[in-house]
Design a protein around this ligand. Structure first.
Ligand code: ZN
Ligand code: ZN
Ligand code: ZN
Length: 275
């Protein structure tokens, strides 16, 4: 399994689009891994988790196209995770194919509503099929076994995080979420992960709304996964979805996570565990 972090910022981007705070100004001047687009993860060549508004610049930067992507798993319909209008560009005259395969989208019903609103006029949705999923009900996406679990985040959107199992390797994609419910932890208990990609939106600040994770809570999350024997000895644990309000530049995150087994993710980061 090879995953690529296409984007690693929270909703506003990092540095944020309209922000002149000290952290954003420092991030702009230093550049490099401090420049983060909205969070998305590519798994091998065929799967994406989330379709952010930065998807065009992400695929341009990485030198591929979305033609190879057969499945897109959507966590929830917040705008930083689901920009369905981009899917219009899959059809003629915006894209030319010899033979266009069906692109499968997966999400809970609130995400499906946004999808249907966006593609109200047939035959615009031709070639894109939306699959309605339910938390804790597993399904297959091509050769990948997927279990969505309830995220602790914006409950009206019925958000999910995803467990993916493919060719003997297992990934947990944990964004956006705060601390998991007991039901979600029970679902995680059945797995031993090779890779975890977890959000760390709020940095040093604890999250009063309990809908995101901080540096401290992500450390506790990793400890809890170890305590439950859910992490392989060789597991990689990578963080994403950073907000400028967390106050951390990339080097600050590396210092915070030193010796914890947690890595600060960045745009373009590749994490590979052999199949
Ligand atoms: Zn988000
Ligand atoms: Zn800022
Ligand atoms: Zn969100």
């Amino acid at each position: 399994m090879r995953i690529r972090i296409l984007g690693s910022a929270a909703a506003e981007g990092f540095p944020a689009l309209f922000c002149e705070c000290k952290t954003c100004r420092r991030a702009r001047s230093i550049g490099g891994r401090n420049l983060r687009s909205r969070t998305s993860v590519q798994i091998d060549e065929t799967i994406l988790i989330d379709l952010p508004p930065d998807i065009l610049s992400q695929v341009q930067r990485e030198g591929f196209s979305l033609a190879s992507i057969a499945h897109i798993l959507i966590t929830h319909s917040h705008r930083d995770h689901f920009a369905p209008g981009e899917l219009h560009l899959r059809r003629e005259p915006f894209a030319h194919w010899e033979q266009q395969p069906t692109l499968h989208l997966y999400g809970t019903e609130p995400t499906g509503e946004i999808f249907r609103e966006t593609f109200r006029e047939p035959p615009i949705e031709q070639g894109v099929h939306f699959n309605t999923i339910h938390p804790f009900v597993s399904f297959t996406a091509g050769d990948t076994f997927v279990t969505p679990i309830s995220a602790n985040h914006a409950p009206h959107l019925n958000p999910v995080n995803y467990i993916l199992s493919r060719r003997g390797r297992t990934l947990l994609a944990a964004f956006d979420t705060g601390w998991y419910s007991e039901q979600a932890w029970s679902a995680l208990n059945k797995w031993q992960f090779d890779i975890v990609v977890a959000e760390c939106t709020t940095g040093l600040q604890s999250d009063p709304m309990n809908k995101h994770m901080s540096v401290q809570s992500v450390k506790e999350m990793r400890n809890e996964l170890v305590r439950r024997d859910c992490l392989k000895d060789t597991a990689r644990f990578v963080t994403v979805h950073f907000s400028h309000d967390g106050g951390f530049l990339h080097k600050d995150l590396e210092r915070e996570f030193a010796g914890t087994g947690i890595e600060a993710g960045y745009d373009g980061m590749v994490v590979e565990v052999p199949d």
